[in-house]
Design a protein around this ligand. Structure first.
Ligand code: UD1
Length: 417
């Protein structure tokens, strides 16, 4: 197991490249099961979750290649329908093979993901939607066994906007018979990127990016080349890195519109953030002020940036309030930040952060992906040395973060624990 050792207190300055989006690449890679012609993807980030996805596609019988951020997938006529527990437990998003498998071969055997450190995260909305399209499910030995004849279009209204549920049903609907309407659908840019990929393969989709998506099933899709969108969550992490260290960073390829809610909050805190031809320039010359945020589905404040903005709130003047409305257990970073001198009080799903003058380096433990990023950010700003342990979480979603940050002045080294 690796750990990161961070010598804090250096303002970061320079240009940092934003990678392809993990959360867009995962469903898009699974969507390649929907066709038998080859698909080539560019800007696929080199991450542990991507390698897990490729491993799963190989187990399903696909022919896959992945090098230099370029992936190639060819799904055979006959697929093996099983996603085993060993892979699903390391990456919940494995459940995204369910829709494509049902649509392509009418059967799927996918391990039930179970809980994860940030909450229970059930898949009931996915299953309810597939049932409306004609699928039947049994639970056997911890596996969801799904069967169907040809899926048929349906009018599906989600009880809550679920990103994975919308993606799974969208993938299934493009090959279903007739029309599908997804109501109360997730509007996240990653759902839009998946729809754009499917459109480039010949799917018929309208309304992606709104809460009502119309899909008209087609009999088959054709091969294509597709470039995955930049990672707005990684980009947001870099903007916070500029602010928390009092530096100036140009996040190249950083999407501006998709990060507007985050950018407005960081500006409220006192950062200067501007769109440039190359990306987004973020700097922080003044003292930071506290702000309040509530996480919401897109276009609201993303839950995946909650932990990172909390790190910068710890050093802002005055109080900040964070309400986590998406996941029930997403404050795992709080106790670790407090070990570094942060003053935070949690009541239910609300955290009250009182800004302190400085944080002090300490050994801390990463508990999930975005919590790990929050601890790295705190370490960059803290006086002294911070050791972030269990960074395998970080490696799931950040492409060589220490190399990217060291290139703009950070002092981070990776060591074996
Ligand atoms: C995706 C992202 C994750 C992000 C989350 C919310 C990927 C690979 N992961 O996760 O980084 O934090 O969106 O933006 O894209 N829910 C149900 N029943 C369901 C499905 C979801 O109750 O069938 C609940 C969840 O427990 C959660 C909420 O809905 O409270 C949102 O979850 P969802 O949008 O589905 O998140 P994921 O797709 O798992």
């Amino acid at each position: 197991m690796d750990k990161l050792i961070i010598e804090g207190g250096v303002p970061l300055t320079g240009v940092v490249e934003v990678s392809g989006s993990k959360n867009a690449a995962l469903p898009i890679l699974f969507a390649s099961i929907l066709l038998t012609e080859p698909v080539v993807f560019h800007n696929v980030p080199d991450l542990r979750d991507i390698r897990t996805t490729i491993a799963l596609l190989l187990l399903l019988g696909c022919d896959c290649g992945y090098e230099n951020r370029k992936a190639r997938v060819v799904a055979p006529g006959v697929l093996h329908p099983e996603a085993p527990y060993d892979l699903v437990r390391t990456m919940r998003a494995s459940v995204l093979c369910l829709g494509p498998l049902l649509a392509r071969i009418g059967q799927a055997r996918v391990a039930l993901p179970g809980g994860c450190s940030i909450g229970a995260r059930p898949v009931d909305q996915h299953l309810k939607g597939f049932e409306q399209m004609g699928a039947h499910f049994d639970l056997e030995e911890g596996y969801i066994i799904g069967r169907c004849r040809k899926l048929r279009g349906a009018h599906i209204s989600f009880d809550l906007p679920t990103v994975g549920g919308t993606e799974n049903l969208l993938m299934a609907a493009v090959l279903a018979e007739g029309e599908t309407i997804l109501e109360n659908a997730a509007r996240e840019p990653e759902v839009v990127d998946l729809a754009n990929f499917l459109l480039s393969c010949g799917a018929r989709i309208e309304g992606h990016g709104t809460s009502c998506i119309h899909i008209t099933g087609v009999s088959s899709l054709h091969g294509t080349e597709y470039t995955v969108m930049p990672d707005r969550i990684e980009a947001a992490t870099f903007l916070v890195a500029a602010g928390i260290t009092g530096g100036e960073l140009l996040a190249r390829s950083c999407p501006f519109a998709e990060l507007e809610t985050v950018i407005l909050k960081l500006r409220d805190m006192g950062m200067e953030i501007t769109a440039t031809a190359d990306g987004v320039l973020a700097k922080c010359a003044r003292p930071l002020r506290g702000v309040d945020i509530t996480t919401q589905p897109y276009p609201g404040f993303p839950t995946d940036v909650q932990a990172q903005i909390m790190a910068i709130m710890c050093l802002a003047e005055g109080a900040s309030i964070v309400q986590e409305s998406i996941f029930e257990n997403r404050f795992m970073h709080v106790l670790e930040l407090m070990r570094m001198g942060a003053q935070i009080k949690i009541t239910g799903r609300t955290a009250l952060v009182r800004g302190v003058k400085r944080l002090a380096g300490a050994p801390v433990m990463a508990s999930d992906l975005r919590a790990s990023a929050s601890l790295v950010l705190a370490g960059l700003a803290a006086r002294g040395t911070t050791e972030v342990r269990r960074i395998y979480h970080l490696d799931r979603g950040y492409e060589r973060i220490e190399n990217k940050l060291n290139a703009v002045g950070a002092r981070i080294r990776r060591e074996k624990e």
